[in-house]
Design a protein around this ligand. Structure first.
Ligand SMILES: C[S@@+](CC[C@H](N)C(=O)[O-])C[C@H]1O[C@@H](n2cnc3c(N)ncnc32)[C@H](O)[C@@H]1O
Length: 280
């Protein structure tokens, strides 16, 4: 189970289907640690902080997490990134991805190839959850139809799709809850797909710190903005108005005073409101 969270589904699958070996993988150590303790038979006390508490009594609710019984042998927890799963090719007959595919940063076609590599021939990929890709590039936000096409083009038979509307994140202690139309699919691996490129969460110059930091456009823009902000802050002396400052911006040839006035106002509103909220 990739993105297994606190492990309830992995536990249920392992117990219900008498699996020989089940790996519950997630990159959140807190969730995996809880899953491990609970499914070994411990009772773990944990506070729930509802998003919109029903009343004062429900601001923080102490819950006790327990499993119906300790898990059978063979349920393993793996702290790892789903983009670089530490398993050999063809290691699994089933892979389950609950509420995961649309929150990963890598393009969906790459992830499909990764799942294909992990599955043995004839193995099955089971998925369910939301379908709401957030990639900055709109071309990487895939529809249901596109997902089905990509899966079928990644070494799987055409997937069987199903949609259901279900309650999600609904707590009896909260006024807040969601209803989601979730997509489930089952896809059988029919052939080996082309391998996905190695995933790099961050470039080497950021991770290792030894390579030159590239002069990216985003850094140039940030540097220019920082200089302008520094100049603006130096003008705040308790006497100058926004119009006075805009005139100085024009004098310094930074921007015309009408544009500067709007920009200064916007910037100061943000700082003022952050201050009111106690952020700075
Ligand atoms: C929306 S939650 C779903 C949790 C659980 N599957 C469920 O249905 O309750 C997504 C889970 O995926 C995990 N996750 C997100 N990105 C991941 C990644 N790159 N590698 C491993 N786990 C990841 C998160 O830590 C979180 O537990």
């Amino acid at each position: 189970v990739l993105g297994a969270g606190a492990g309830r589904l992995a536990y249920d699958l392992h117990e219900r289907w008498n699996a020989t070996a089940t790996a519950a993988l997630d990159f959140n150590p807190l969730l995996l640690m809880l899953a491990q303790r609970v499914t070994r038979g411990e009772t773990v006390a944990l506070y729930e902080f509802p998003l919109a508490p029903l009343d004062l009594e429900h601001e923080a609710v102490l819950r006790e997490l327990t499993a119906p019984r300790p898990a059978r042998d063979g349920l393993a927890y793996v702290l790892a990134d789903a983009h670089r799963p530490p398993f050999r090719d063809g290691a699994f007959d089933t892979i389950v991805t609950p509420w995961l595919i649309d929150i990963l940063p890598e393009p969906f076609p790459h992830f499909c190839a990764r799942i294909n590599a992990l599955l043995a021939e004839g193995g099955r990929w089971l998925n369910f959850g939301s379908l709401n890709f957030h990639a900055a590039d709109p071309a990487l936000r895939f529809s249901r139809e596109e997902c089905a096409e990509i899966i079928a083009g990644s070494g799987f038979a055409a997937p069987a799709l199903r949609e259901d509307t279900i309650p999600y994140m609904c707590s009896p202690a909260s006024r807040h809850g969601r209803r989601e139309r979730v997509l489930s699919f089952s896809a059988e691996k029919t052939k080996q797909a082309k391998r996905a490129p190695r995933h790099e969460a961050l470039p080497d110059w950021l991770v290792r710190g030894k390579d030159p930091v590239p002069a990216l456009e985003t850094f140039r823009r940030q540097a220019a903005a920082t200089r302008v902000h520094a100049f603006l802050m130096s003008l705040i002396d308790g006497r100058r108005s926004i119009k006075d400052m805009a005139a100085l911006f024009e004098q310094q040839k930074l921007m015309p005073s009408d544009e500067a006035e709007a920009a200064i106002r916007q910037f100061l509103i943000k700082m003022y409101e952050d201050g009111q909220r106690g952020y700075v």
